[in-house]
Design a protein around this ligand. Structure first.
Ligand SMILES: Nc1nc2c(ncn2[C@@H]2O[C@H](COP(=O)(O)OP(=O)(O)O)[C@@H](O)[C@H]2O)c(=O)[nH]1
Ligand SMILES: [Mg+2]
Length: 284
């Protein structure tokens, strides 16, 4: 499993991905609609220069619909074939875009009298929904789905339509650890494992970012009355608000941390997107 992204892991992931990419006609890049900038990886652009591409913004059911519209428009203006979707309900909508991306390859082969089967693969950072997309396109369970990043098997091809085959192992893209803001946001959506981070610090930062992005939702969900609080006091406020108190009225901050992260990830605060196109450095 690619977990900590030590240099060795990173080099192995890069080699594996270039090898996988060399065997496909179409690359389906999947990012998270709540983080359309940070959950992409600029390295992919370089690795896929000569490929036909599709860009999908997954988990759109968890993202702010207005911002999702802005992001898809922005990517389309940049020339991307782009679509935002809730993978559990709308995955098949991606087929039309994949077909578009493959058309030229298919037509060129047809001119030479060949009926071409297009091969595609899905790439993305951990936890964006790659396995879910494979399973939904295929119509049955193929790829392992779970919250843990990584899991690689021998490559096989899954027939999705009579002319389209999908690599059954998604391409694992390394998260952007060079950019601290992006890395932090990737941790919010569990694209980087909690174990390698200071959970309390992460929960405090998430709360702070959520107060900026959706103050009413934070107030309603975590029962924090004073939104000017910062640092560890935010966690104490969650403990008091939600009644996470131990013997003697001591705050159970571990529980508050878990709840803050889990409930944001599950969309319990409503549909929140943490970055907008245009603000290049996010909301800091
Ligand atoms: N709400 C929501 N959850 C999704 C969506 N796509 C995937 N998930 C969930 O996200 C988690 C990670 O998905 P998975 O396919 O394993 O991601 P992978 O690591 O990229 O292969 C799982 O719990 C999925 O059920 C989506 O569009 N909306
Ligand atoms: Mg997976």
């Amino acid at each position: 499993m690619e977990i900590n992204w030590y240099p060795g892991h990173m080099a192995r992931a890069k080699r594996l991905l270039s090898d996988q990419l060399s065997r496909v006609d179409v690359v389906i890049e999947l990012c998270d609609a709540r983080l359309p900038r940070s959950s992409r990886n600029p390295d992919l652009m370089r690795l896929t220069e000569k490929k036909e591409k599709v860009l999908l913004l997954g988990k759109s059911d968890l993202a702010d619909p207005a911002l999702t519209k802005q992001w898809t428009r922005r990517f389309q203006q940049e020339g991307a074939r782009c679509l935002a979707l809730d993978m559990n309900r709308q995955a098949k909508a991606a087929l039309a875009l994949i077909e578009q991306a493959a058309r030229e390859t298919v037509d060129r082969a047809a001119q030479r009298g060949i009926k071409k089967t297009v091969r595609a693969m899905i790439v993305g950072v951990p936890n964006v929904g790659k396995s879910t997309l494979i399973n939904r396109l295929h119509g049955g369970a193929v790829a392992k789905v779970g919250d843990m990043p990584g899991v690689t098997r021998a490559n096989q091809w899954v027939k999705v339509t009579p002319y389209l085959e999908l690599m059954d192992t998604p391409g694992l893209l390394w998260p952007r650890l060079d950019d601290p803001l992006a890395a932090r946001r990737l941790a919010y959506i569990a694209a980087i494992r909690d174990e390698v981070l200071d959970t309390a610090q992460l929960a405090i930062q998430l709360l702070t970012d959520l107060i900026a992005a959706a103050p009413e939702a934070v107030q309603a969900r975590f029962k924090i009355d004073d939104l000017s609080l910062r640092g560890p006091e935010l966690l104490d406020a969650v403990c008091r608000g939600r009644g996470f108190l131990m013997k003697g009225g001591v705050c159970d901050t571990d529980r508050a941390c878990r709840i803050v992260l889990d409930e944001f990830r599950a969309g319990k605060l409503g549909r929140i997107t943490l970055e907008a196109p245009g603000e290049e450095n996010g909301n800091e």
